[in-house]
Ligand binder design. Structure first.
Ligand code: S3P
Length: 173
């Protein structure tokens, strides 16, 4: 069985993914890290040198590779992964994969992302908290349609990593 974590940038997919993997004694794979290793380039550089469409094609290719080849693994997706052509379907049609959406409020996402926006190509150009919040509000609205199709949904606000992992385990098993 694989467990696929989805959610907006800053929702804690990597942190919770690692914690879940250690609690459940499963392997852990971060799709962004996997892409960076395979392409030998940071996500930021891929966006900068080739643009978003190129990145999305690579993301779809590596998502499918990972779903076909890994077992007993917690897989953290990139924030946009389930929202681009065919990716959600590829996840949903895998009988050995359960998906979990980590839901985080707009205020909390804005707070977390403002401090680390320079590392993220989609939001690095936003200069104020207000601009970032407006961007995230709209983006999250568009993406929620996809995230809400996950098998399970956990709200992360006002919870620490341990609580989120324990709730996730209770939902998944
Ligand atoms: C993206 C999120 C990033 C990364 C890329 C695009 C997105 O992953 O895949 O910068 O479209 O939301 P994280 O959610 O891990 O930051």
């Amino acid at each position: 069985m694989n467990i696929v974590l989805m959610g907006y940038m800053g929702s804690g997919k990597s942190l919770i993914g690692r914690d879940l993997a250690s609690k459940l004694k499963l392997e852990y794979l971060d799709l962004d890290d996997y892409i960076e290793n395979q392409e030998k380039k940071s996500i930021f550089k891929i966006f900068e040198e080739h643009g978003e469409i190129y990145f999305r094609k690579k993301e779809t290719f590596y998502l499918k590779t990972v779903l076909d080849t890994f077992e007993n693994t917690i897989i953290s997706l990139g924030g946009g992964t389930p929202c681009f052509v065919g990716n959600l379907e590829a996840i949903k049609e895998k009988e050995n994969a359960k998906s979990l959406y980590l839901h985080t409020s707009l205020d909390e996402l804005t707070r977390r992302l403002f401090a680390e926006r320079s590392k993220r190509p989609l939001i690095s150009h936003l200069n104020t908290q207000e601009e970032l919040k407006d961007f995230v509000r709209k983006h999250l609205f568009e993406r929620s349609f996809y995230y809400n199709q996950a098998d399970y949904k956990i709200s992360t606000d006002q919870k620490d990593a341990n609580q989120i992992s324990e709730e996730s385990i209770a939902a998944l098993f």
